[in-house]
Design a protein around this ligand. Structure first.
Ligand SMILES: Cc1ncc(COP(=O)(O)O)c(C=O)c1O
Length: 437
């Protein structure tokens, strides 16, 4: 449906791109006359452009182009997982920072307790459908900080970590940095190899199993219900803990494992993808049995999450804009997913696109020359990513398609080129086998 305010938004964006407006935008009244609409329709269009970081309002002066908004996506970037700055709630964050400085005394400039800011921990503890003890909630400087903590703790305790393969590339990087070789089990588009996991659990080969139940990175899938239930049962039977990385909570459907059994799951929720990576915050919620052990390690390993960030996040989560902005973000990502589903429908290989999520995945045949494919696409200015860096055994099994930065208008053409290149590669004989190092 085309609303008048979206028409105004499109018009303003085009004129900015053409250079018609250098700095100041036409007045609200002027625009209302031009589009034969009310002032409030123009205000709605301008507010939405402001939310997107394209313009900003200067009190009593009008609206201006945000010259700092320079990171619009490279058109055919299906590679990067970094969010577009224009999708992040700049305006709401600006207000939250301003009110944090206005309403707090100088204590906001100080260290935070290593567990995190009390008010935020309380809010997060209360955000679950089941009772959660605030003492089990910790605020850390992003998932990266959490990964360092768990790897350090298990190294000291001589415990092993089991990962799914593929898994989060930065987890593999951190394990490697500590000289720790993780155990791994296969996860593909259908789910986890739970039989192998059970064998390893029975042999006490690991103490923690790291997983992404929903919106897996790079697969884009959620764990089927039956597998979720079996995994929890196995954790109970063989006494291991599940680390659930819920990095995309706001955009994920289905249930997380933590809801089903908070006693068996260390739950980690980042705020980077849906609010702002610059906050550098995540929440970790731990089972009672692990609280004192983790708390002790945390007091040394936690680099001290910024108190300002924590206060700002608390203000943002309790304000009106949070739900509204999340809905807008969800709609945008959902639209991209729908476009990608349509574009991929003739893909010759198994693939998965979530209804709402940042990553989709194509499973490639074992002998597929993925490197050649990526090089050919790169020569056309299109960036895709194999899953080799997400693989514990450095095997390439597929392609991750990221929707984080790609423009909506580029999806159809980018995927057409991808399918075309895939077809031509699979129909000619290999010159030499791809080598990954
Ligand atoms: C699997 C996964 N976990 C967590 C995160 C978020 O990390 P952080 O909280 O350190 O920004 C990301 C972001 O890319 C991710 O892909």
């Amino acid at each position: 449906m085309n609303f008048k305010y979206t028409e105004i938004m499109d018009f303003v964006k085009t004129e900015i791109a053409r250079g018609t407006y250098k700095s100041k935008l036409p007045s609200i009244r002027g625009m209302a006359i031009r589009f034969s609409c009310s002032n409030s329709t123009v205000i709605k269009a301008y507010s939405e452009l402001e939310n997107q970081g394209i313009i900003y309002a200067a009190p009593k002066s009008g609206y201006f182009i945000n010259q700092n908004n320079t990171d619009e996506g490279k058109e055919f970037d299906f590679y990067s997982g970094i969010p577009l700055s224009s999708y992040l709630p700049f305006d709401s964050m600006e207000k939250a920072y301003a009110s944090s400085f206005r309403e707090n005394n100088m204590s906001i400039m100080n260290y935070s307790y290593s567990r995190g800011y009390d008010k935020l921990r309380e809010l997060l503890a209360e955000s679950f459908p089941m009772p959660i003890d605030k003492d089990n909630v910790f605020i850390l400087s992003g998932t990266q900080n959490f990964i360092n903590l768990i790897v350090a703790m298990t190294t000291r305790n001589q415990q092993d970590i089991l990962v799914e393969d593929p898994t989060y590339n930065l987890l593999l990087g951190a394990l490697d940095a500590y000289g720790k070789k993780p155990q791994h089990i296969r996860r593909d588009l259908n789910g986890l190899d739970l039989d192998t996991l059970e064998e390893k659990a029975a042999n006490k080969e690991f103490r923690y199993f790291f997983t992404m139940t929903r919106n897996h990175n790079p697969l884009g899938t959620s764990l089927p219900k039956k597998q979720r239930a079996r995994l929890l049962k196995l954790a109970e039977t063989y006494d291991f803990y599940i680390v659930e990385d819920d990095y995309l909570k706001e955009l994920s459907g289905d249930d997380c494992l933590f809801h089903d059994d908070p006693d068996r799951v260390i739950y980690v929720r980042s705020f980077s993808k849906t609010i702002s990576p610059s906050l550098r915050l995540c929440a970790m919620i731990v089972p009672d049995a692990l609280r004192s052990e983790i708390s002790r390690t945390n007091s040394y390993m936690n680099t001290g999450a910024s108190l300002i960030s924590q206060d700002v996040l608390h203000r943002y989560l309790t304000g009106d804009a949070y739900l509204k902005n999340t809905r807008v973000l969800r709609d945008r990502i959902e639209e991209k997913c729908t476009l990608l589903k349509t574009a991929l429908k003739d893909c010759p290989y198994p693939y998965h696109v979530p209804d709402v999520g940042l990553y989709a995945y194509i499973e490639l045949p074992e002998d597929f020359r993925t490197m050649e494919l990526l090089d050919n696409l790169a020569a056309k200015g299109m960036r895709f990513r194999s899953d080799v860096e997400f693989s514990a055994d450095r095997e390439v099994r597929g392609l991750r398609i990221s929707l984080s930065r790609v423009e909506k208008k580029a999806i159809e053409k980018g995927i057409q080129e991808l399918l075309h290149e895939m077809k031509s590669i699979s129909s000619i004989k290999p010159k030499q086998k791809d080598i990954y190092i």
